[in-house]
Design a protein around this ligand. Structure first.
Ligand code: GLN
Length: 262
């Protein structure tokens, strides 16, 4: 992929937060995807990996927080600050974009459940609360039709979580679940978004599976992006859209495909 000269002077830094705590199901790959897609457009893209215990920078343009088990989730939350302040809130107030997956999404909400089963404060960068669901864990392939104003095609991912998330009035869901569980609160939605902060239950990594979502996040910080050749990831996306779909053939299968946002 050739770099485009006009963006060469612009440095964009993507911070990958605590991959040693939060990095299940390839979530750290989301940061790589963001940096590569910037570099393909000629940006001077830098990827900063922030490990547990390292100071969290406040001046990066994009932050990526992945998923993880309950204990590392609580440890990560403690290092990110609180609803009253801290490095991630400062960065978001300064215009940074954030992608948060699963445990990351829960931490960015108002509250989540810690490893001891007790409610813990989140960063309140998203208006949502997460409780522990009464049913079995949500595990498996998930397909989501994003809200139409986002202009995105259907998203595919993999989910594995016990948390059930309810979106409050100051945020919007990412989209409606076509297959799988997502937020799991009975609303039929997945994800939470507020300004440049997007949370979702989709692992994958979600941005490798859904490059249009990567470009949407990037465009909020660098403006419109020229298209790149996504034919290979499109093939993967199509294959994943059908994966695990028991109605893959026949009339029901065609109805399933017809219901997906293009
Ligand atoms: N510990 C959280 C839950 O089970 C998040 C899991 C994850 O990030 N995969 O809900």
């Amino acid at each position: 992929m050739s770099a485009v000269g006009s963006n060469a002077a612009s440095t964009v830094t993507v911070a990958l937060l605590f991959p040693d705590l939060l990095g299940t199901y390839g979530d750290s790959g989301n940061a790589v995807i963001l940096a590569r897609r910037l570099a393909w457009r000629g940006f001077d893209a830098r990827l900063v990996t922030v490990r547990s215990g390292d100071p969290v920078p406040e001046t990066c343009e994009v932050y990526v927080v992945g998923g993880g088990e309950d204990l590392p989730q609580a440890l990560a939350a403690r290092q990110l600050g609180s609803r009253r302040g801290g490095p991630l809130r400062k960065a978001v107030d300064g215009g940074a974009a954030v992608l948060a997956v699963c445990a990351g999404l829960q931490i960015l909400g108002s509250s989540f459940v810690g490893p001891d089963g007790v409610e813990a404060d989140g960063l309140a960068l998203l208006d949502c609360t997460t409780r522990r669901g009464a049913g079995p864990r949500a595990v498996g392939e998930i397909v989501v039709n994003p809200e139409s104003e986002l202009g995105l095609p259907a998203l595919t991912g993999y989910e594995n979580h016990a948390g059930v998330t309810t979106v409050g009035p100051d945020s919007r869901p990412l989209g409606r679940v076509v297959r799988g569980v997502g937020n799991g609160d009975g609303s039929g939605t997945d994800g939470v978004r507020s300004g440049r902060v997007i949370g979702t239950y989709l692992h994958g990594p979600v941005l490798a599976r859904n490059p249009a979502l990567a470009d949407l996040i990037l465009s909020t910080v660098v403006g419109d992006l020229e298209p790149v050749d996504d034919s290979e990831s499109e093939e993967l996306r199509r294959e994943r859209l059908m994966a695990g779909n028991s109605t893959a053939s026949g009339r029901r299968g065609r109805r399933f495909i017809a219901g997906l946002r293009r």
